[in-house]
Write a new protein. Structure first.
Length: 335
């Protein structure tokens, strides 16, 4: 007796599974290209950054590469190798849950780094530490989901048994994103209310706008993924968001690093940092501003209508020092 041929699922099923996964994979590949471009720009524009910062960028890029390879491999197996076997939808390739591992590594590193910015712009260690703890718990939940996914016997059983870990990963990630974004905005608004310099206000407004854009983008991505997972856990539509969510984090970090050029051009101040010990940002600062003849002058500040020597006791340089301090704060968080 000949074997009964396997039936190809209806088109609607394919749209909600393979179609969703392919759509997310294409977006992920696009964002991988953006991450690569930003990484190249970073290394070419900031060759003097501390080695720890350079290694962090390289590590994140390799995590994103591993994530992209896993997603692409899973899509290839589903759509090419097993294109006529509908059982592949019940037990996806192991590279699909393996992508969770790479996204957990890159996301934690990005969140830890962005959380340090809270302290860097004048916030408290308390908020930064809370964010670090949330990021750690999120990574633990993600690794649990990864380990269970690699050993699953069916996707349906996996989702029933480990739904809690997936939900915890998503919810904690969204909470941490909002904590980082709102804390940064709160600290920056406090600094904005204490300055009278228009140039300083413009810089702070730019930082607030960047924080809103990056923080809300990752938060909305996580919220969308959570809604789709709760509403349609048995198709791949929620996985569509998962395939590129980690790359939103990486691009946010790269944008923060590469945005320093824009801040320097707007403020007319160049700040060089020479990190010594500790986490990126725990550094000894050597502040220098570029004078009109393109030479560096130690501790010189520039503000509207005058240039003067800045010192701790020089009250005439308050406006210039305020502008410098804001730029220094932004450089501390990302250098």
């Amino acid at each position: 007796m000949s074997a009964i041929p396997l039936q190809i699922p209806p088109l609607e099923v394919l749209n909600n599974t393979i179609g969703a996964l392919e759509a997310g994979g294409m977006v992920a590949c696009l964002l991988m290209g953006v991450v690569t471009t930003q990484a190249y720009y970073y290394y070419s524009k900031f060759p003097n950054d501390h080695i720890r910062l350079k290694l962090m960028v390289a590590f994140i890029w390799f995590c994103e590469l591993g994530h992209s390879i896993c997603i692409s491999h899973a899509i290839y197996i589903i759509t090419v190798i097993s294109w006529s076997d509908p059982r592949i939808l019940l037990l996806p390739p192991k590279t699909l849950p393996t992508a969770i591992f790479f996204s957990a590594l890159s996301t934690q590193l990005v969140q830890n780094f962005l959380a340090y910015r809270i302290k860097g712009v004048g916030g408290s260690w308390t908020l930064t530490t809370i964010s670090w703890l949330l990021s750690l718990v999120r990574s633990v939940m993600a690794i649990i989901s990864f380990a269970a996914g690699v050993n699953m016997v069916s996707l349906d059983d996996y989702l029933k048994q480990w739904k809690w870990s997936i939900m915890a990963t998503i919810i904690i990630g969204v909470m941490n994103d909002l904590l980082i974004a709102l804390s940064l905005i709160w600290v920056l608004l406090q600094q904005r209310n204490t300055t009278v310099s228009k140039s300083t206000t413009a810089i702070i407004d730019t930082l607030i706008r960047w924080t809103l854009q990056t923080g809300l983008l990752t938060s909305l991505g996580g919220i969308l993924m959570m809604i789709l997972f709760l509403a349609m856990p048995h198709n791949f539509i929620w996985l569509c968001v998962f395939t590129f969510l980690a790359k939103l984090y990486s691009n946010s970090l790269m944008a923060a690093l590469n945005g320093r050029d824009s801040l320097r051009e707007r403020s007319g101040i160049v700040v060089e940092l020479y990190p010594t010990t500790g986490y990126p940002g725990n550094s000894t600062l050597s502040e220098r501003t570029r004078s009109s003849n393109r030479q560096y002058v130690e501790s010189e500040t520039r503000h509207t209508g005058m240039e003067g020597k800045a010192s701790a006791s020089d009250s005439q340089g308050d406006v210039g020092r305020t502008t410098a301090n804001i730029v220094i704060s932004q450089e501390v968080n990302i250098s």
